[in-house]
Design a protein around this ligand. Structure first.
Ligand code: KG4
Ligand code: ZN
Length: 346
């Protein structure tokens, strides 16, 4: 399976093979646009889609070369249909359609978040089900129950910012650079996590946009971000600047609240849905404290806990190829009328 991913600011192509049920990542090439968007402090959609166009041919060629396969031996093509930036998605979708048509191979559409969840299966093989999986990235914070392979039931989501977005915004207001997650993570390791009292948001009311859902496993990070902003303003309004130690303490305190908020819902859901395993995928799953606290809490409960390797946690096409294999075996095929869907639901 050749996978193609262009939903945001990474152009990626990968080859995943299936030998008698054992899935293997034969190549996973990622061209990151971080250097381009850093200058603007965030992803600029128009620049992203233009860069995808420049990179896609080389990235696909490189994925095939690394896997030592030629185009003729590709059996099927999987592509991210959504969600994401429409201009970015269109590059991958159009490229994959052209390839499928010219090679006369099946085309498979993939939901980006199904890809993140499948990164856990690609890395670890069959997992004990039901699995409670948290997908946490710059664009998403959603909780899923996987009762059988390929079925994903959403039981929680963020009402406002994604956790990674909160990391990026806090880093920006502290003047730490972009993307903020890895920098805040590193600074937090040097700070005291109880230095600043920050609010821990618990959802007690239903979502106005989804009033039938209970919503008590939902997340919210905008209040926390505002509390950090207020703290920084209080300290600097009279002309002072934050010391390095203060920045470290803010990062550590912020990170403690984010990690606790994420893990509280993961384990609450695990209990409620009788999970036999738990997993965390997506860019923020690279976070040091999240990984450690997750493993510790799961071990105390005797629950097997899974995270992807770092190369499979941020956006990549191997996870899209894996989700593509899942859809392919379920008989799902996309037609030549496949269109990018920036707000595709899962
Ligand atoms: O999955 P991903 O590559 O792209 C999206 O689909 O959004 O995730 C990127 C996000 C960014 O917000 C980045 O700041 C965050 O993941 N991130 C981290 C860490 N590494 C990346 N957040 C916290 N700690 C990290 N170590
Ligand atoms: Zn992602």
């Amino acid at each position: 399976m050749l996978g193609i991913e262009t939903s945001c600011d990474e152009t990626s192509a990968a080859v995943v093979s299936d030998a008698d049920g054992v899935w293997a990542t034969r190549s996973n090439i990622v061209a990151s646009q971080v250097a381009i968007h850093r200058e603007w402090g965030g992803v600029v959609p128009e620049l992203a889609s233009r860069q995808h166009i420049r990179d896609i041919c080389g990235v696909v060629r490189s994925a095939l070369e690394t896997a030592k396969v030629d185009l003729a031996s590709v059996d099927a093509i999987a592509v991210t249909q959504g969600p994401g930036l429409v201009g970015s998605l269109l590059v991958g979708v159009s490229f994959a359609k052209s390839l499928a048509l010219s090679l006369n191979r099946p085309l498979v559409a993939v939901h980006h978040l199904a890809g993140h969840i499948e990164s856990l299966f690609l890395q670890h093989g069959d997992l004990p089900l039901p699995l409670v999986a948290l997908v946490v990235s710059g664009g998403h914070t959603s909780l899923y129950v996987v009762k059988e392979p390929g079925s994903y039931a959403r039981v929680g989501r963020t009402r406002d910012d994604a956790a990674g977005e909160a990391y990026d915004k806090v880093a920006k207001l502290l003047g730490l650079g972009y993307p903020g997650g890895p920098i805040v993570d590193a600074r937090a390791r040097e700070g005291r996590d109880d230095a600043i009292a920050l609010p821990f948001t618990r959802m007690t009311h239903a979502d106005r946009n989804a009033p039938t859902a209970k919503g008590d496993l939902d997340f919210s990070f905008s209040g926390l971000k505002t509390a950090v902003l207020r703290h920084v303003r209080q300290r600097t309004d009279t002309g002072g600047t934050l010391t390095g130690t203060e920045v470290n303490d803010i990062c550590a305190s912020f990170q403690r609240v984010v990690v606790n908020a994420l893990l509280a819902r993961v384990f609450e859901a695990a209990d409620r849905y009788g999970a036999q395993s738990v997993g965390i995928a997506g860019g923020v799953s690279a976070n040091t404290r999240l990984r450690k606290d997750f493993a510790d809490r799961a071990a105390r409960l005797g629950l097997p806990a899974y995270v992807p390797a770092l190369s499979l946690s941020t956006d990549n096409a191997a996870m899209i190829a894996a989700a593509g294999l899942r859809n392919f075996y379920a008989g799902k095929r996309a037609g030549m009328d496949l269109n990018a869907d920036p707000s595709l639901q899962l």
